[in-house]
Design a protein around this ligand. Structure first.
Ligand code: SF4
Ligand code: SF4
Length: 516
C-alpha cells in the first residue's frame, strides 16, 4: 500500500520552482496514489516522488528587435505572400497551382500531373527531405528559426498578442489581474483576430484543392461543400491552436524533426551558442562597460540581466549549453547584442558559431573550411543525383499517356469472311493545355487492320476512352496459329510544332488472341 504523506508537501527548493507554477507535480495526494496503486513495502521510503505529468508554466516572451528579427520578419512576409497569394494567381484560364483531387489532376503552372505522375511528387518530397538534412548538417536549425510554419504563425500570433495585450510585463499583469471590461476587450480582440487569421489560412489551404475563386463565391452563398467546410475549419483551428495556444509545445513534444535533427548535428554544425569563456563568471557590473575592472571584480562579460531568457520563445537559458528545445530563432543573439552595445563590450557573447568554433576559438577561415566534411559531401552528392534525375525525368516526360485494356466480354471472335477480331479499350490522357490529335496503328502482326482508323482528338488536360478493334485476315490468323501473339499499339501525336521537343509517340504492349 502507498504510505506517503496524506497531503502533498513539495520537497523541492523554492528557488527551483517557477513563479507562476500552479501546483508542484511531485506532490501526490492519497486519492492519486490509490489510483496509481503504488505497491511500496513497509520498510521502503515514506514518500513517493512521481513526476509523470507536469503542467508547463506559460511563457511570456519579450519582444525583440535586431538584425535576425528583421530576417525572420522578411521570411514571414515572403512565405505568407507566397502561400496566401499563389492560390489566386491565374494561369491558362485556370488556377496556376491547383491540386484538383476531384478530377485527379495536379496543375503546377504549365505542368499537368496525373495520378501516374505521383512519382514526381514523391521525388519532390525526397528532395525536400535531403535538402533539410544538408542544411541541418551545415547550418543547424535555420529552417526552424526562420521558415517553419509553426515559427512563422507563432511570430504572427505573438505580434497580434503584443498589439492587443501589450508586451511581456503588461501581459503577465493582465493574466494575473481580475476580469474587467478592459481585459475582456483585449483578450476577446486577440482571439477574434487569431481566429480570423486561422480561418483565412484554412480557406487558403482548401483553395489549393478546390478552385479558390469558386470557393470564395460559395462562401457568400453558403454553398460550401461538406469537405471544404470540414478542412477549412480543421486547418483553421489547427493554426489557431498551434500558433495561439500550443506554441513551443509543438516544437518540444510534437515535431518529429526536432527529435531527429540531433542525429545530423556534429561539432562543426552552425548553432546558436553562448561563449562561456568570455561570459563567465557572470554577475552584475557596477559600472558601465570598460569602466568596470572585470579582472579585479572576477567577472566575465555576461551581466546576468536575464534578457536572453525573457525573449526566448521556448523559455530556455542558452547559457546552460545547447538544448534540444532551442529552435534557433536568434532572439537571444539580438537582445544580447543590444546589451553588449550598451555595456560597450564587443558583440557576439551569444552568436551563431559551431561548437568547435566556440570551444577552440577557431578563426573564421578554419570554421568555413570545416563546412566541407564527409557527411556534408554525402548529403550534397545524393541531393545532386536526385535533383538531376528528377529534372531529367521531367524534361523527358511524355505529354500524353496511354493505357490499353482488353475487352473482357469478348476475348476473340471470328467475324465476316473469317477475319479474327480482338476488341480493346485505350485510355488516352492528354497532359497538355491544348487539344491534341493522336494517330494509332498496330504492329506485331502483319496485315492486321485497326478499326476505327481515324485520328482521335482529346481535349486539353482531358482523358478519353477509345474502343478499338484489331482484325487479322483468316490466312494470316491461320499462319500465326491458335494462342496469344504479342502486338504493340503505336500512338503518335499529330501536328506537333517543331519547337516542341517532348516525345511524339508512345508504344503500349498487348496481346492478340487467335481462337482454336
Ligand atoms: S542577455 Fe547577454 S548579458 Fe544578459 S544574461 Fe543573457 S547572455 Fe548575459
Ligand atoms: S535559446 Fe535563443 S535561439 Fe534558442 S530558442 Fe531561445 S531565443 Fe531562440
Amino acid at each position: 500500500m502507498y504510505s506517503g504523506p496524506t497531503s502533498g508537501t513539495c520537497r523541492r527548493p523554492p528557488a527551483s520552482r517557477q513563479p507562476n507554477e500552479a501546483a508542484c507535480p511531485c506532490v501526490v495526494s492519497v486519492s492519486d496514489a490509490d489510483k496509481l496503486a503504488v505497491q511500496v513495502p513497509d520498510s521502503a521510503v515514506r514518500e513517493a516522488v512521481i513526476g509523470m505529468y507536469r503542467s508547463e508554466p506559460k511563457i511570456y516572451a519579450r519582444a525583440v528587435s535586431g538584425w535576425f528579427a528583421g530576417w525572420r520578419w522578411t521570411l514571414v512576409w515572403a512565405t505568407q505572400l507566397l502561400f496566401y497569394g499563389l492560390a489566386w494567381v491565374p494561369w491558362n484560364d485556370r488556377q496556376a497551382v491547383l491540386f484538383d483531387l476531384g478530377s485527379r489532376r495536379f496543375y503546377i503552372f504549365d505542368l499537368v500531373l496525373y495520378p501516374q505522375d505521383f512519382i514526381y511528387l514523391t521525388g519532390l518530397l525526397i528532395v525536400s527531405a535531403y535538402a533539410l538534412f544538408l542544411f541541418t548538417a551545415v547550418a543547424g536549425r535555420l529552417w526552424c528559426g526562420y521558415a517553419c510554419p509553426q515559427t512563422v504563425y507563432t511570430e504572427i500570433f505573438m505580434w497580434v498578442e503584443r498589439h492587443t495585450e501589450g508586451d511581456r510585463m503588461q501581459r503577465m499583469k493582465l493574466d494575473t489581474g481580475p476580469w474587467s471590461v478592459n481585459k475582456i476587450l483585449r483578450k476577446g480582440g486577440k482571439h477574434a483576430i487569431w481566429l480570423t487569421i486561422g480561418l483565412w489560412t484554412g480557406f487558403t489551404f482548401v483553395g489549393y484543392f478546390t478552385p479558390i475563386r469558386e470557393l470564395w463565391a460559395a462562401a457568400f452563398t453558403a454553398q460550401f461543400g461538406p469537405w471544404e467546410s470540414f478542412w477549412t475549419l480543421f486547418y483553421g483551428f489547427a493554426t489557431y491552436g498551434n500558433a495561439g495556444w500550443l506554441r513551443e509545445q509543438v516544437c518540444k513534444y510534437m515535431c518529429p524533426y526536432a527529435r531527429f535533427q540531433g542525429a545530423m548535428f556534429d561539432k562543426d554544425t552552425l548553432i546558436i551558442g553562448y561563449d562561456s569563456v568570455r561570459g563567465e563568471p557572470r554577475g552584475k557590473h557596477r559600472a558601465q562597460g570598460r569602466k568596470t575592472d572585470l579582472v579585479s571584480a572576477k567577472l566575465g562579460h555576461c551581466i546576468d540581466c536575464g534578457l536572453c531568457v525573457q525573449v526566448c520563445p521556448t523559455g530556455i537559458d542558452i547559457r546552460k549549453g545547447l538544448q534540444y528545445e532551442c529552435i534557433g530563432c536568434a532572439a537571444c543573439i539580438d537582445v544580447c547584442n543590444g546589451v553588449m552595445d550598451k555595456m560597450q563590450y564587443p558583440r557576439g557573447l551569444i552568436r551563431y558559431d559551431t561548437e568547435n568554433g566556440i570551444d577552440k576559438h577557431l578563426p573564421v577561415a578554419q570554421r568555413l573550411a570545416r563546412v566541407v566534411r564527409p557527411r556534408v559531401l554525402v548529403y550534397t552528392a545524393v541531393l545532386v543525383l536526385i535533383v538531376g534525375g528528377l529534372g531529367l525525368s521531367l524534361a523527358m516526360r511524355s505529354p500524353f499517356r496511354v493505357d490499353v485494356e482488353r475487352d473482357r466480354g469478348a476475348l476473340a471472335r471470328v467475324v465476316d469472311d473469317g477475319w479474327v477480331e480482338n476488341v480493346y479499350r485505350l485510355q488516352l490522357m492528354n497532359a497538355t493545355e491544348r487539344t491534341q490529335r493522336y494517330r494509332i496503328r498496330v504492329e506485331g502482326l502483319t496485315e492486321s487492320v485497326l478499326e476505327p482508323a481515324a485520328d482521335i482528338s482529346v481535349g486539353a488536360a482531358q482523358t478519353r476512352w477509345v474502343p478499338l478493334a484489331v482484325r487479322v485476315p483468316p490466312q494470316r490468323a491461320e499462319a500465326a496459329g491458335a494462342g496469344a501473339h504479342r502486338i504493340e499499339f503505336v500512338i503518335e501525336r499529330v501536328a506537333v510544332t517543331t519547337a516542341d521537343s517532348s516525345p511524339r509517340s508512345l508504344r503500349e504492349k498487348s496481346t492478340f488472341l487467335v481462337p482454336r
